[in-house]
Ligand binder design. Sequence first.
Ligand SMILES: *[C@@H]1O[C@H](CO)[C@@H](O)[C@H](O)[C@H]1NC(C)=O
Ligand SMILES: *[C@@H]1O[C@H](CO)[C@@H](O)[C@H](O)[C@H]1NC(C)=O
Ligand SMILES: *[C@@H]1O[C@H](CO)[C@@H](O)[C@H](O)[C@H]1NC(C)=O
Ligand SMILES: *[C@@H]1O[C@H](CO)[C@@H](O)[C@H](O)[C@H]1NC(C)=O
Ligand SMILES: *[C@@H]1O[C@H](CO)[C@@H](O)[C@H](O)[C@H]1NC(C)=O
Ligand SMILES: *[C@@H]1O[C@H](CO)[C@@H](O)[C@H](O)[C@H]1NC(C)=O
Ligand SMILES: *[C@@H]1O[C@H](CO)[C@@H](O)[C@H](O)[C@H]1NC(C)=O
Ligand SMILES: *[C@@H]1O[C@H](CO)[C@@H](O)[C@H](O)[C@H]1NC(C)=O
Ligand SMILES: *[C@@H]1O[C@H](CO)[C@@H](O)[C@H](O)[C@H]1NC(C)=O
Ligand SMILES: *[C@@H]1O[C@H](CO)[C@@H](O)[C@H](O)[C@H]1NC(C)=O
Ligand SMILES: *[C@@H]1O[C@H](CO)[C@@H](O)[C@H](O)[C@H]1NC(C)=O
Ligand SMILES: *[C@@H]1O[C@H](CO)[C@@H](O)[C@H](O)[C@H]1NC(C)=O
Length: 415
Amino acid sequence: MRLSVAVASLLVAWLAGLGCIQAVTLEVNEGNTTCIKAELSATFSITYNSSSSTRTVTVSLPNSTTVDADRSSCGADGSSPWLVAVFGTGHEMGMSFSTNSVMYSVANLTLQYNLSDASVFPEANRSDVVTVVVPSVGIWATMNTTYRCMSPSTFVGEAAVTFSDMRLEAYMPGNDLSPTESVCTADQTSTTAPPTTAGTTTTAAPAPTPPGTPERGTYSVNNLNGTVCLLAQMALQLNVSYFSPSQNKTVRELVNLTPNLTRSSGSCEAGSASLVLAQEGSSTLNFTFTLNSTSNKYHLSGIALLANLSDAAAPFSAGNASLDYLRSTLGRSYICNAEQTLVVVTTFSLNTFRLQVQPFEVTTNQFATAEECQTDQDKMLIPIVVGAALAGLVLIVLIAYLIGRRRSHAGYQTI
Ligand SMILES: *[C@@H]1O[C@H](CO)[C@@H](O)[C@H](O)[C@H]1NC(C)=O
Ligand SMILES: *[C@@H]1O[C@H](CO)[C@@H](O)[C@H](O)[C@H]1NC(C)=O
Ligand SMILES: *[C@@H]1O[C@H](CO)[C@@H](O)[C@H](O)[C@H]1NC(C)=O
Ligand SMILES: *[C@@H]1O[C@H](CO)[C@@H](O)[C@H](O)[C@H]1NC(C)=O
Ligand SMILES: *[C@@H]1O[C@H](CO)[C@@H](O)[C@H](O)[C@H]1NC(C)=O
Ligand SMILES: *[C@@H]1O[C@H](CO)[C@@H](O)[C@H](O)[C@H]1NC(C)=O
Ligand SMILES: *[C@@H]1O[C@H](CO)[C@@H](O)[C@H](O)[C@H]1NC(C)=O
Ligand SMILES: *[C@@H]1O[C@H](CO)[C@@H](O)[C@H](O)[C@H]1NC(C)=O
Ligand SMILES: *[C@@H]1O[C@H](CO)[C@@H](O)[C@H](O)[C@H]1NC(C)=O
Ligand SMILES: *[C@@H]1O[C@H](CO)[C@@H](O)[C@H](O)[C@H]1NC(C)=O
Ligand SMILES: *[C@@H]1O[C@H](CO)[C@@H](O)[C@H](O)[C@H]1NC(C)=O
Ligand SMILES: *[C@@H]1O[C@H](CO)[C@@H](O)[C@H](O)[C@H]1NC(C)=O
């Protein structure tokens, strides 16, 4: 009797939790300093088997959620900082963080639920504790800033986790959330969205502001003996499309490579050379150049990208190893000042601007004589054509004048 009352009141508590999603504040401390702080509302959508059917319940993180101080950690011992929040009887949510000194991210999100909690999982035909991991949730922020995402964002693994009204920071420089915020894409579009006026049926989400023309960077690859074997100067822009769980649709994003945050590495071999551009924590772009030793021609044969995008559920990866771009001759460099679009796959293309590369036979750290791309040649052709036309016109006028003069001279002689 008493047990059933208790169960009933718990049920009421859960239902209340469902009706009004509560915001909770969670903190991980070490000594007197706070290293992780999160203010958020969370709901979990969990599917389980009852004796008769498959059921789905929605559970929200209750007000009574606490941080398990023993298992949470600031990562002082070299491990990753970890937040473990416990609630109810044996349920918990964990978040582990990682950083590359420029940005930090939620490396993984774990959810643990106790199927023997009959108030949440009535008639479950199992009674064990289930742990699900939602990897790469795409929560990213610049160091020393607070990640802010008021819009609901759902991360789907074996259970769906929805966060809203979220403000979170790890690797905190002070004991309170940093005033500077890294705002998630969903919030950026919703704040700039025009108010929906009655009568308009569809309002397209505004495209994120284009990042403008990228900056040009100079990149090189060294041989084992320290001499430069590959040289490149170019401005690069990624054009990717991916599914955004928070917006529940495929979004297109333009990302510029920032040269002073990008490191180059790679390798030079007899028949192929590679250039790897890594923008710390955000993207790694891999170029492969292939040399045909019969024809002494080289070309860009492969491009691969791995990128952490602000709004994606998982890192974006795409590549193509059978491309044929930037064709030139051994001993020469390739130059193209005009914008070029290198299509890699349908979801990823690379825009290049003011590009010059030489993947083979670089001597004394300098580009050899350049072969120009067709677009640049065509652009050069316009003044040449105009010049030739003008010269032709002058020549015609001159010939006409000379003929005229000869005719009039002839006239004099006959008289
Ligand atoms: C925490 O603060 C107290 C009082 O300000 C101070 O005495 C103590 O040394 C501090 N502990 C650490 C680990 O910084
Ligand atoms: C439910 O039971 C079916 C059949 O045994 C099984 O395939 C499925 O994985 C179970 N679902 C869960 C959430 O345990
Ligand atoms: C649990 O239920 C599912 C379907 O509802 C069934 O297939 C499965 O055998 C059940 N498992 C146990 C341990 O009873
Ligand atoms: C799971 O729930 C049951 C019943 O509510 C409880 O007895 C058990 O201790 C819980 N398990 C854990 C790991 O907390
Ligand atoms: C998630 O992060 C925690 C803490 O860093 C770690 O112990 C755990 O192994 C990670 N799980 C996965 C699947 O990566
Ligand atoms: C973050 O702030 C701390 C303390 O103010 C400072 O030492 C650190 O260099 C900052 N990190 C970055 C990436 O700005
Ligand atoms: C460095 O190594 C490359 C081949 O690996 C060779 O062609 C070049 O001559 C070497 N340069 C020097 C200075 O040893
Ligand atoms: C990005 O790619 C899409 C699809 O290929 C294309 O329609 C769009 O014009 C591209 N945008 C830019 C700025 O290159
Ligand atoms: C996502 O969009 C699809 C189709 O546009 C819709 O069927 C689905 O219910 C949406 N899901 C969520 C979680 O909004
Ligand atoms: C990178 O370059 C930009 C613009 O040139 C500059 O504002 C920024 O401070 C530079 N960042 C670093 C880390 O050097
Ligand atoms: C993406 O983020 C993860 C987790 O922080 C990191 O390990 C990985 O190197 C990043 N990827 C790229 C391409 O920078
Ligand atoms: C190299 O070039 C020659 C001559 O143009 C061509 O016949 C051959 O197929 C090319 N080899 C490769 C591997 O592309």
